[in-house]
Design a binder for this molecule. Structure first.
Ligand code: ADP
Ligand code: MG
Length: 335
């Protein structure tokens, strides 16, 4: 038997998937997309869940509980957006150690309720338990999509245009800034954190937003992407998911990827190659989608949606750098 670390996260999910069979005809899409798709006859329900573990996904030394609550909602909503769906309900389960008091739980739920307001979803249940150490938060989300609007990871066709929302790399640089401040604070607790001029990056890391605005704009323009997913693990990793799901290859032009100046400046300051921050850095929670060429005119008015590449006919995935140099996008390691 292979070792768990050899398999990696995605290998493990593939293994679980291969051991799973769907019995109910209503289980339209199971493991492998951003959300499961349940056939309700008149429409599809969408179901997704995400787990956040203290010390793995967040560090309370710099992640305010209120922001954490908001983020827990946003990252789940993001997976419904990635199916072109509308989120409706969430459940929230928490495990907390006796290190935390009532005020801490209130702060967490303040953020959760803000997230529910922002995305128009209802908190309808959950579970509460003790933990030996730290906080674990698990959110599940239920959404809806009409049958003609469902978008899977697999639907791209050759020559489709690859587009991304917002800008990339900011959340990755945000966590670098927060880590640096934490180390400086540990060395000198009287020091005041210097975060004001990095607030965009830090905000993207601590309190990302799901791009429901883009889902509504696409609907207004009558455009249904051919494939879509959200960027949680980083552009390179998500390109490989879209590629595997569709059997197609993608060509991405680095030059076309929207990157904030602050992201570039900060990567220089930290001696980090911007390609690493933008292509491999995760947690942007932007949407990555393919659209038909004929829809391009229609999406031009959507300001925060940028073409960054296309579906090639080589079945290989390429990143074309500004210099013209072409490198193959390869599988990332275990996280
Ligand atoms: P995302 O980053 O969009 O939340 P993940 O990479 O976490 O997606 O998961 C990819 C797919 O694998 C999803 O369909 C998810 O439901 C499924 N999945 C992840 N972990 C498990 C698990 N332990 N058992 C069954 N399915 C899983
Ligand atoms: Mg996702």
């Amino acid at each position: 038997m292979k070792k768990l670390e050899e398999l990696g996260e995605f290998g493990l999910i593939d293994r679980i998937k291969s051991q799973t069979s769907l019995k109910n005809t209503t289980s339209f899409v199971g493991i492998g997309d951003d959300a499961a798709v349940i056939d309700q006859g008149s429409h599809y329900s969408l179901l997704s869940t995400d787990l956040m573990v203290e010390g793995v996904h967040f560090d309370l030394a710099y992640h305010p509980l209120k922001h954490l609550g908001y983020k827990a909602v946003a990252v789940n909503v993001s997976d419904i957006a990635a199916m072109n769906g509308i989120p409706k309900q969430i459940t929230v389960s928490i495990a907390i150690s006796n290190r935390f008091g009532l005020a801490a739980v209130d702060e967490l739920y303040e953020g959760i309720h803000l997230g529910c307001e922002a995305y128009n979803v209802d908190l309808v249940g959950g579970d509460t338990t003790a933990s030996r150490a730290g906080i674990v938060i698990s959110v599940s989300v239920l959404g809806e999509v009409t049958k003609d609007k469902l978008v899977l990871r697999s639907g791209s066709r050759e020559n489709d245009i690859l587009c991304v929302t917002g800008d990339l790399g900011a959340a990755y640089m945000g966590v670098q800034v927060l880590e640096r401040e934490k180390q400086e604070f540990l060395a000198n607790p009287n020091m005041q954190p210097q975060l004001e001029n990095k607030s965009y990056l830090v905000g993207k890391q601590l309190k990302p937003d799901a791009r429901m605005d883009i889902i509504h704009e696409l609907a207004e323009k009558g455009v249904v992407p051919t494939s879509m997913m959200d960027i949680s693990d980083g552009l390179a990793s998500e390109i490989l998911h879209l590629s595997k799901a569709s059997g197609n290859g993608f060509t991405v032009f680095f030059d076309n990827i929207p990157i904030e100046n602050l992201t570039l400046e900060t990567s220089t300051e930290f001696n980090i190659n911007p390609v690493v921050a933008v292509v491999n850095g995760g947690e942007d929670y932007e949407l990555l989608m393919t659209i038909k060429q004929e829809d391009y005119e229609n999406i031009k008015g959507i300001l925060d949606l940028t073409p960054i590449g296309f579906v090639n006919n080589e079945k290989m995935n390429w990143l074309v750098l500004n210099s013209g140099e072409k490198t193959e996008i390869k599988a990332p390691g275990w996280k």
